[in-house]
Design a protein around this ligand. Sequence first.
Ligand SMILES: *Cc1c(COP(=O)(O)O)cnc(C)c1O
Length: 447
Amino acid sequence: MTSIPRTGRTTDDILAELEQRKAKDTRWREGRVFSLVYHVPGSAGEAHEKLMQRAHALYASTNLLNPMAFGSLKQMETDIIEMTGRLFHCSGAVGTVTSGGTESILCAVAAYRDRARRERPWVLRPELIVPTTIHPAFDKAAHYFGVKLVKVPIGDDLRADVPAMAKKISRRTIGLVASAPQYPHGVVDPIAELGELAQKHKLPLHVDACVGGFVLPWIEKLGRRVPRWDFRVPGVTSISADLHKFGYAAKGASVLIWRSIDAMRHQIFVATDFPGGIYASPTLIGTRPGGPIAAAWAALNSFGEQGYIELAKQALDAADRLRLGIEAIPGLALLGKGDATIVTYAALGMNVYAIADRMELRGWTLDRQHKPASIHLTVTANHGQIVDEYLADLRACVAEVRSDPSLAKSGSAPMYGMAAKMPIRGFVAAKVRKVMAEMYSRSGGVS
Ligand SMILES: *Cc1c(COP(=O)(O)O)cnc(C)c1O
């Protein structure tokens, strides 16, 4: 059991141990993991990482909890919001930088609820209408804030089903949500149609562009067709977009951006009776670390449009090559016509989780999905280097599973298979909660 050392250790000793502790983690610099890390390849990547570290370090002790004390940070937040607003085609947009997509989403749901409470206080059981592909951060927000998510099945094209969502609108509805793109299959929901629907019913519409916000605009500039999803759609009220994803910023940075201050107002929380003073806060967290804000500001300024377009091109190229390669492997099928650089595939007549297990033996970290069973890749610029090796390994793993179907009965495949099919979801949740609790529990007692 570890306790705080009685006397402090030396800087060298500590840094050496920190270096050494990383050794067995997933090899993200080499592109072996998807969706968890967004890394810029090559020597430009090394320089970018250094910039992120230095910008972060310069502001590591600062705190945007008090914007008057840290005018520098407030100005950087304003700059980031203005840059993002322009990128999303709304020069008057306002908003906040948050610690990540989940915080942006939690803030949005809280604000939508409070707006409804003020404007329609008779709504006691507020509901948000969302497609089933919406990110679990909305389930978390709904759970925390007493909002019900009305989940509507998606269409055959894996996009939100607008007529089906329209049917669910009732007196309890406080807003609509859709994604650009949704995470599981990388397709952009029909935001233009949803915007019309929202306007017709005078409802706010949130677009979750956590993964797409800082890549779709560049993909569009590269000449590809991207369905309209940003403030050009008149019904869009707010957008979440993660700087620490395709903004390639240091972890801990996202934006929640609103078309106008009127829409944003409900995000601001004020406590007036605390003996410690009047306390106002626009986001979930209290202390707001300056490091990630400074690093995100540095990332936007360092890449500029040209840098981001180049990164988007590299990611698109890698995603295209992966799609072609996967389509050419008999027994695999792509899911969805990805509008971004997300690639998802399923296996036909084979257990895709068994294939995933084999891939992990070869040093890949895979994202397993269900409904339907599939593998997900969020492809970044850093994945250009792994395309050929990934496809070669995938071909080999498919062959292994095809020739030995019993592989589906070993490793983690049966667990994923069962968890996906189990009809009683409460049972699955209890099981997973137990595993998590075990991870966090210790054998020691009071000491
Ligand atoms: C990543 C993601 C989120 C959540 O963001 P975090 O930064 O992980 O909290 C929400 N929505 C979508 C579509 C995402 O891809």
